[in-house]
Design a protein around this ligand. Structure first.
Ligand code: ATP
Length: 313
């Protein structure tokens, strides 16, 4: 019987020389679930995907995909998954159909599957892959990952480099696939993506998972549950000074705060209004998005120095 978890990572580590790119992370992805690894550049997301899809060895720990060990049953793992890599591995000079047929033959999959995917994804079969727009290239890459009917689909930064419309179309496609029961594991540094596709998100920083849960759970994790928007007149220096402790941000004329104890905050605003005499034009609350949680957890330290040895970072 297939295990309930489509993916299980147990304390996986990836070391390049002395450098630990992934520092012992563990997580489960349930069958049929869409799960995202969200993190800034260099967090270790691609390395994690590469370990789970057997493209690189795990230094220590263990991971299972569809119940197969990525360490000792690599072939079975590869047959049961589809991978959309961050950089396309399809042939520019071949047509879309030729590319998909090539993949079908590699996996011993029926060419009927290619015909079906061409139709379902509305792909231009006879056009050379190299002549397609980036959005269509990504659609073809997703189709190519599905030719052998995998039950788990890995997507590494699926909308990276796409314009807004193509990115939206790709997200809709991934959501549709997930609705049909496909387990989806994606990496992204894009908040919109993390808020629109997965049911669960793990935030990765410097090789570690620093938070994991549903979107609403993530905001609870940092203990600042509510975003408060405040608009007052006039905005004096004294007011700003008094509100500095709440870490205000400015957005289109509003002062925006992430607040744990909203009652206490409102009391403070009332007290300040009495002493400073400003007028409150707007005071509203809303749940924070993943973006705030992400910035709160990862700070401004958005990039780690590169350790590949081949670039100047
Ligand atoms: P990005 O979004 O930029 O791809 P990422 O979160 O996917 O970021 P990784 O590509 O997994 O991050 O890289 C994690 C760290 O491991 C980085 O510091 C990177 O320089 C390093 N790294 C990745 N591949 C190698 C390699 N082959 N040799 C040495 N270091 C590497």
């Amino acid at each position: 019987m297939a295990p309930e978890e489509a993916i299980r990572a147990i304390n996986i580590v990836k070391r390049y020389g002395n450098f630990e790119a992934v520092r012992g992370i563990s997580f489960d992805v349930k069958r049929g679930e869409a799960f995202a690894l969200l993190g800034p550049n260099g967090a270790g997301k691609t390395t994690t995907v590469r370990m789970l899809t057997t493209l690189t060895n795990i230094t220590s720990g263990e991971a299972y995909v569809n119940g197969y060990s990525v360490k000792s049953e690599g072939l079975m793992v590869r047959r049961s998954i589809g991978l959309v890599p961050d950089v396309s591995n399809l042939y520019e000079e071949l047509t879309v159909e030729e590319n998909l047929n090539f993949v079908a033959d590699l996996y011993d999959a029926p060419r009927e599957n290619v015909k079906m995917l061409l139709k379902e994804f509305n792909l231009p079969a006879k056009k050379k892959f190299g002549k397609l727009s980036s959005g269509f290239k990504r659609r073809v890459a997703i189709a190519a990952a599905l030719v052998h009917e995998p039950s788990v689909l890995f997507l590494d930064e699926p909308t990276n480099g796409l314009d807004v419309h193509s990115a939206k179309a790709v997200r809709a496609l991934v959501r549709e696939l997930n609705k049909t029961g496909m387990t989806v594991f994606l990496t992204t540094h894009n908040m919109v993506e993390a808020e629109s596709i997965p049911q669960r998100v793990a935030i990765m920083k410097e090789g570690r998972i620093i938070a994991e849960g549903k979107r609403t759970e993530l905001s609870k994790l940092i203990g600042k549950g509510v975003r408060v928007r405040l608009r007052v007149e006039p905005v004096s220096n004294k007011l700003i000074e008094a509100l500095l402790q709440y870490g205000p941000n400015f957005d289109e004329g509003d002062l925006v705060f992430l607040i744990g104890d909203v009652d206490e905050f409102i009391e403070e605003i009332c007290r300040l209004r009495r002493t400073l005499g400003f007028k409150v034009l707007k005071l509203s609350t809303e749940a924070p998005g993943i973006e705030e949680v992400f910035i709160e957890l990862t700070g401004n330290d958005r990039e780690r120095p590169c350790h590949c040895g081949g670039c100047p970072l």
